[in-house]
Design a protein around this ligand. Sequence first.
Ligand code: SAH
Ligand code: SF4
Ligand code: F3S
Length: 467
Amino acid sequence: MPDAERAPVLRKSRAPGRAGGIQNMEHKKLYIETYGCQMNVNDSEVIVSIMTSEAGYERTENIGEADLILANTCSVRDNAEQRIWGRIDQFNIQRRRRRGVLVGIVGCMAERLKNELLESGKVDIVAGPDTYRRLPELVSAASPDSPQMDVLLSRDETYADITPVRLDKNGVSAYISIMRGCNNVCSYCVVPYTRGAERSRDAFSIVREACRLHSEGYKEVSLLGQNVDSYLWKDAASGEEYNFARLLGMVSDISPELRIRFSTSNPQDISDEVLYMMAERSNICHHIHLPVQSGSNAMLEKMRRKYTREWYLERVAKIREIMPDCGLTTDVIAGFCGETPQDHQDTLSLFEEVVFDSAFMFHYSERPGTLAARKYPDDVPLEVKTERLNEIIALQGRMSAQSYAAQVGKVHRVLVEGPSKRNPDDLCGRAGNYMMCVFPGGGHKAGDYVDVKVVSATQATLICELA
Ligand code: SAH
Ligand code: SF4
Ligand code: F3S
């Protein structure tokens, strides 16, 4: 696990009149941008909660009026970081134009590139994913002459007691983080270094948060973790243990009207107990995001994924045996260290065998400090990585078309998200299997459950009529 690290915080009393002049009369304004995964989106909601309830800030979507500009960042691939460096330059236009504007970089890139960020002179606050409770303190002490940093990783922080301020406005669907960090150390992956060791959040606090969301009118919660199947929380009072299947059962008991999703499932850990729980409860959506990463056993071993192609295919077969209607999506990496044409063919053949509904597809990006960066040369040339990635994308396009077309004639219960982007007279929403459905409005609105029948399909959308 990465070393916990805390940089000295140089305290400085708040400069009188800085950042807002007549203080307390008017709220200072926080502008926040979020990059990376759903967990980062949820973390931004935690940050806004902390900054509004404890530091007197008010959120703005207009960067031009912000007193504090935060970017909650991602380090998973090099291009994610490059994009953020570009944004930091943009933020500095504001910082130069308006005295007192502070720029803070938080999240995974803050954790990974702490010193480079501070030394750039373009950033006033650097805060890692486990330090958000200290943000009010860091922000109030920060200035261009005295940047503040805290990147200490924690073994127990889960922000369980903080009520996230929901940033999306649809009021239908919300994220709940059920755990933080990761103990898997896949050789290509930076997450264990940026997020620290895995820890599971108090099950009762998760249920309370889901209950609150339900009472506020939310219809769907997505339970988030890097590896939800390794969720394990022990109640110190009773000594009882709660695994992911049990947690799913507890959240699904809240109301049949509250639908449950979750992500991410790791093929090595997804258990039959979870699959049976999903099959048994009508409000747990039948969709599993099951990142495969590669179809080659040699690559999986080098990636330290702890499962084989055969194991993965067995898990898929079991999912489909228990839930024949289960949606299945994946992540894949093309051109990992030493990947041969045969390894690549193994990925293509696995994609053909499984027929995923959709996939997030990437080419390998070496991350400094990871096991792969230390041990294996990044030896597949970029043109070859790109060529292989394009082949996977083209194949997955055909597979998506096939799996969406297979839905024609089926009836799905859809949770309405709002008007369709293409035609505002139509509505859109996801079926339980995560496929996006578009259908005539028929007087329904966001948050309604509607039964629809699929009449035709594209690679990414089911065109439906009201059933
Ligand atoms: N915890 C999840 C993955 C989180 S990262 C899991 O284990 O499945 C999201 C995705 O980014 C990964 O599934 C992987 O496909 C991709 N990814 C991670 N590190 C990468 C790297 N160095 N280069 C390219 N893709 C990467
Ligand atoms: Fe990264 Fe592997 Fe952990 Fe996923 S399970 S976050 S890929 S180390
Ligand atoms: Fe990125 Fe960190 Fe998520 S590296 S994918 S924001 S855990």
